[in-house]
Design a protein around this ligand. Structure first.
Ligand code: FES
Ligand SMILES: [Fe+2]
Length: 435
């Protein structure tokens, strides 16, 4: 992959306050650059601790063409490795999820323990040193039970600051003491940035999400008062103040943090009031699981939202958690993975009903996928041109695209990135076939 001057020009000439030029949603070179400069250089949200609750539990995730194994070792540490055998490179684990004693390559049975150490081979001779052939590790980060990975040699250092800041917000929900009761994977017919941009505004919510807006106020997601709705938005901001002081007095961190644009590990969080009973993101805004999370005793804690660049958003209520990641598949497809979690001791049919817990976000995801697809279709047309963001409702979309462009620029200018690309290009020599 080379970074063409056209791409560099487009990045440099981007019109601020406007959506991106069409090639950012279509072009294969830009998609490859997104994988190399964004998804391989930043912290990516991939899983929750309950995905790998026991030693030997693993999951695999695909970051572009690179597969990564995330596994719980015998000492309960979380490790991540490139899913590539150190013998002749066979992929080790094929399934998205499983449980193993050791990691055994299906090809010639080279066997690695759960720390990635090569512990068994046959027929390799005296000179062979297994210590030189451990699995290649990937950086792992844990934010109060949410698992992130970073494929870069040197990951952005500000991850630790996010971890520290988010701990008091998420910890009361005890993610590690939850179980996943439902997972839904959707392949959206759109570029990953369209999935993210759609997530970063609620301009579309009232017209498109009847289920979601039965419990959430759209004003909590990037709204500023405009002439049309100043009274309602200001009323909502007042409600946030009252509810936040109640939540803070119960020891729950609630205040807004917005570092979506200014940090390499960009994120935003805020605990937001809900409509009606104010308990949960359900059809009647009441809890859908009788057993509350962690040691929480109050139901009406609103919804704690947490958004990360480049690929996730999460909602923590008193009774359940909804956690969503977006992973690029190709230039015009994205995998949206949603998990619903409740307390691990909650009993289905007694404490909760899966349909009641999942129906709001299942409907919302379907509606959002449709919106992403129709935007992709628009971007495919030669008549598409970048359009202006609403200054009152699309501030967070602009922060996403600004973050993306800044990070792309910052990464492709790094000497080590340029050297790596040059190296990759020099290896990609055309194959000559001798006849
Ligand atoms: S490629 Fe894995 S053991 Fe041979
Ligand atoms: Fe939406």
């Amino acid at each position: 992959m080379t970074i063409s001057t056209e791409i560099q020009k487009m990045i440099a000439n981007r019109r601020k306050g406007y959506s991106l030029e069409a090639p950012f949603y279509l072009n294969q070179d830009i998609f490859d650059l997104d994988i190399a400069a964004i998804f391989s250089q930043h912290w990516i949200y991939v899983a929750v601790e309950p995905d790998i609750a026991e030693p030997g539990d693993y999951i695999t995730v695909e970051v572009g063409k690179n597969s990564v194994i995330i596994v719980r070792d015998d000492d309960m540490n979380i490790k991540a490795f490139h899913n590539v055998c150190r013998h002749r490179g066979s992929q080790l684990c094929d399934d998205e999820k499983g449980s193993v004693g050791n990691l055994v390559c299906p090809y010639h049975q080279w066997t690695y323990d759960l720390t990635g150490k090569l512990i068994h081979t046959e027929h390799m001779g005296e000179a062979f040193n297994p210590n030189d052939h451990s699995l290649k590790s990937v950086h792992v980060g844990n934010v109060a039970g949410l698992i992130f990975i970073c494929l870069a040699d040197e990951p952005p250092e500000d991850f630790e600051a996010m971890q520290k800041a988010m701990e008091p917000y998420i910890a009361p929900h005890h993610v590690a003491d939850c179980k996943i009761i439902w997972q839904e994977d959707i392949i959206e017919n759109g570029n990953w940035k369209l999935t993210m941009e759609n997530n970063r505004e609620c301009y579309h919510c009232v017209a498109n999400h009847p289920e979601l807006t039965s419990s959430i106020f759209e004003y909590g997601f990037g709204y500023q008062p405009s002439a049309a709705n100043a009274e309602k938005v200001n009323e909502f901001f007042e409600l946030i103040k009252t509810e936040s002081s109640r939540w803070e007095s119960c020891g729950l961190a609630s205040a807004e943090i917005d570092l979506l644009e200014s940090c390499a590990t960009g994120y935003r969080t805020q605990r937001l009031p809900l409509i009606g009973a104010g308990e949960s993101q359900t059809m009647d805004s009441k809890v859908a699981c009788k057993k509350l999370l962690g040691e929480l005793t109050q139901r009406n804690l609103g919804g704690l939202s947490f958004w990360t660049q480049p690929n996730s958003w999460h909602h923590f209520m008193s009774d359940h958690i909804v956690t969503i990641s977006a992973m690029p598949v190709d230039a015009t497809h994205t995998m949206l993975r949603t998990k619903w979690l409740v307390h691990k001791d909650a009993v289905e049919g007694v404490d909760y009903d899966i349909k009641r817990i999942t129906e709001v976000w299942q409907a919302t995801n379907k509606q959002d996928s449709n919106l992403v697809e129709r935007t992709q279709r628009g971007a495919n047309s030669k008549w598409y041109e970048p359009g202006p963001y609403s200054p009152y409702t699309e501030d967070l979309v602009e922060k996403f695209t600004n973050w993306y462009i800044q990070r792309l620029e910052a990464t492709i200018q790094k000497p080590e990135f340029i050297a790596k690309q040059a190296n990759a290009n020099s290896r990609a020599v055309p194959i000559k076939v001798c006849r």
